[in-house]
Design a protein around this ligand. Structure first.
Ligand code: SF4
Length: 379
């Protein structure tokens, strides 16, 4: 069997620059044609995120809503991030956990993990996303695996957002009960990537670019990609992410894929004047993702305001975090100063979000009804 090259294989500054040209070549006619196609190409996606498409938000929204209801019904899945540790060996310009930030560091003990789990269960969550900084000695694979084993009996679904791992390490997490991986490239622009990742293992861009493939090799059922909007040109970054998605879909056709599009939020980091995306452009981007892929899980986090989340939720979103506390121990012990990764914007309780969505005919649920049947394990 011919081995397909990894995504990093031909990724380069040159490729990045060519994405800008593809977006610039889009025309209003190309946007209109895209609205009538059933399967969209990369160039169709380029047209939908191009400046021309901002004049087509209404038909894009109508189509996005219809596609989402057809595939996902009227259901949005809730999840909560569970921060296990804020220790990190990396220096990222945009993150409060960066090694040089004067932050009180904390890694949850077994008892503290249980306390967080109970607090989340009481709030009504059944899907947790385990989050750590990237610090192999403190929160290496043994620690993460142990945390999964503690939590597995309590939650229907466990996903991880941790440092990129090796295939055998991902397999250990799969065997312990993890279903999903969230790993965002942050930016696909090699120049910006180097600028914003200043120290530590995360500087190795290619190792990160290929992490989803290692998780795919370990039979992860769900793989979430994304970019951090504000580090580089959002249009080029989104197009790069679309190429990455298609590459993974070809290779891991049994897996489900998701997309996140976090916008930079204030934190204890040091990044000033991030590249801006306004709300209309952000809406355009979300609609473009839905039109590009009817099966894609689109996730909206508490980084966004309640008003924005209410306004967009019926147009393509399929999962939402809620009541997020971005510091270890925050659910059971309450929020402490100087421990969090970034400030959240939507601070509503789960029930408040449920009521707001119900007014739009949507149901926020704790377990994933969008699930596919688990594929046969390869080994
Ligand atoms: S973004 Fe991740 S790797 Fe970078 S400092 Fe924050 S926790 Fe560490």
């Amino acid at each position: 069997m011919i081995q397909q090259p990894s995504f990093s294989h031909d990724w380069s500054q040159q490729r990045w620059d060519s994405l800008g040209q593809r977006i610039d070549q889009a025309t209003p006619v190309a946007v209109e044609q895209t609205l009538h196609k059933s399967r969209l190409s990369i160039d169709d996606f380029a047209a939908l995120i191009s400046p021309h498409a901002r004049h087509y938000l209404e038909p894009m929204a109508a189509r996005a809503q219809q596609m989402t209801r057809q595939r996902f019904g009227h259901v949005i899945q809730s999840y909560a991030p569970l921060y296990l540790s804020n220790v990190c060996s990396n220096w990222c310009s945009y993150c409060g956990f960066s090694i040089h930030n004067k932050l009180r560091r904390k890694t949850l003990s077994r008892d503290e993990i249980m306390a967080e789990a109970k607090a989340l269960k009481q709030r009504g969550f059944d899907h947790v996303l385990l989050v750590t900084g990237e610090a192999e000695k403190t929160v290496g694979i043994d620690y993460i695996e142990q945390a999964v084993k503690i939590l597995k009996p309590l939650f229907s679904q466990i996903s991880v957002e941790v440092q990129p791992l090796e295939t055998d390490e991902y397999r250990r997490l799969r065997n312990a009960g993890v279903e999903g991986l969230s790993l965002y490239q942050e930016t696909y622009n090699p120049h910006s990537y180097a600028e914003h990742h200043r120290k530590g293992k995360k500087q190795d861009m290619n190792y990160r670019l290929n992490a989803q493939e290692r998780a795919g090799d370990a039979d992860f059922l769900k793989i979430n990609l994304g970019i951090l909007i504000g580090l580089s040109d959002w249009r080029q970054d989104s197009l790069a992410c679309a190429l990455h998605l298609r590459h993974l879909q070809k290779k891991y056709w049994k897996a489900r894929f998701g997309m996140s599009f976090p916008r930079l939020r204030p934190c204890a980091g040091e990044l000033a004047n991030p590249l801006h995306i306004n709300d209309r452009e952000f809406l355009q981007l979300i609609l473009a993702w839905r039109l590009f892929d009817a099966e894609l899980d689109l996730s909206l986090s508490t980084r966004e305001s309640p008003e924005f989340r209410n306004g967009i939720s019926h147009l393509g979103i399929t999962s939402m975090s809620a009541e997020s506390i971005t510091q270890p121990g925050g659910y059971a012990e309450g929020v402490a100063e100087q421990l969090e990764q970034f400030e959240i914007s939507d601070e509503r309780k789960l029930d408040e979000i449920k009521s707001a969505l119900a007014q739009q005919g949507l149901m926020l649920i704790a377990t994933d009804t969008h699930h596919f049947a688990e594929p046969e394990r390869k080994s």
